[in-house]
Design a protein around this ligand. Structure first.
Ligand code: NAD
Length: 293
């Protein structure tokens, strides 16, 4: 009889996320005791149900961490100018350390204008061009939360990155591309694949570390993965029955991989956690600058 037990060890995003949050809560508490409470403001325009759920999760997580959070909810027809003025006022507000503009935005508001209006010192999502450009030189103030969370999962699991062959499936501005630059900064050898990549398997099979962020359920299957590879599934896909699955066929891939992240419970919890860390880091930087002035 063949052995059908999964070979891969699970990378438990919930557990690692709790550990990271506990460590950063100590830093948040220290700031509260010494100077002031770290503060995050979320700007949301219109009531997209999925965005609403994400925002509520972020605000609840802030409360648990001891971060003061505020939601500025604008009607869907709010002019761009109003949102930009609100962001500029927050840039000048010393009690606000992090500003997050929840995407998507309605069509009359340019995503680029909104993101560029945020001060890079308060850009805790890491989407401002300054922070994006810093990924090239390794000087990013705030790394984007999902790739930062993936790196944290690997580091906390003790998986070496330097010198490894890394393949990323997905080349979006928020996940795939910054992920690739972060691996390159750590001296991994990186291939970034996308929807036009010919023969995807040629790249996935070569990977010591495979990160999949394509938004395509079960895109990566066992035969596409090298035996012993580390597989990180960023994808979140909702099935008609309401359940969530990733981009990786967990059953077949977990029999080939050495480590694998589950969906849910893998990368997902880390994304919000890294937002909290970036916000506390923003408050720490702000007070360090005040002290130095
Ligand atoms: P996106 O739609 O912006 O980009 C998808 C990328 O995948 C594109 O570069 C596209 O070319 C590539 N792609 C699509 N189909 C492909 C295929 N068949 N072969 C190879 N490449 C293909 O998506 P995104 O915002 O980067 O998100 C990707 C996935 O990650 C989604 O499922 C999203 O829900 C999830 N996500 C999860 C988190 C988290 O916290 N876990 C955070 C962000 C995004």
């Amino acid at each position: 009889m063949s052995d059908t037990r999964p070979a891969a060890k699970l990378i438990d995003g919930k557990r690692i996320s709790s550990e990271v949050r506990a460590e950063w809560k100590v830093r948040a508490d220290r700031l509260c005791a010494l100077v002031a409470t770290p503060g995050l403001t979320v700007i949301m325009v219109g009531e997209n149900p999925a965005s609403g759920l994400y925002v509520r999760n972020k605000l609840r997580a802030c409360e648990e961490m001891g971060i003061r959070s505020e939601l500025r909810l604008y009607p869907a027809d709010t002019p761009e100018q109003t949102v930009l003025e609100s962001i500029r006022a927050l840039n000048a507000d010393p009690t606000c350390h992090g500003i997050l503009v929840q995407l998507p935005l309605p069509p009359q508001i340019s995503v680029r204008h909104a993101l560029e209006a945020i001060s890079p010192d308060k850009d805790v999502d890491g989407f401002h061009l300054y922070n994006v450009g810093g990924l090239i030189t390794g000087e990013t103030v705030f790394p984007p939360c999902t790739p930062y969370g993936v790196m944290m999962l690997l580091d906390r699991t003790g998986i070496p990155v330097t010198g490894q062959n890394v393949t990323i499936v997905g080349a979006s501005n928020i996940v795939g591309k910054p992920m690739g630059l972060m691996f390159l900064q750590r001296e991994a050898t990186v291939a970034i694949c996308h929807v036009k990549t010919r023969d995807l398997t040629q790249y996935t099979i070569a990977a010591d570390i495979l990160v999949v962020a394509a938004g395509q359920p079960n895109l990566v299957t066992g035969p596409m993965v090298r035996t012993g590879a580390v597989v990180i599934d960023v994808g979140i896909n909702r099935l008609p029955d309401g359940s969530l699955i990733g981009d990786v066929d967990f059953d077949s891939v977990s029999r080939k991989a050495s480590y694998i992240t589950p969906v849910p419970g893998g990368v997902g919890p880390m994304t919000v956690t890294m937002l909290l860390c970036n916000t506390v880091a923003a408050a720490e930087r702000s007070y360090a600058q005040l002290k130095a002035a």
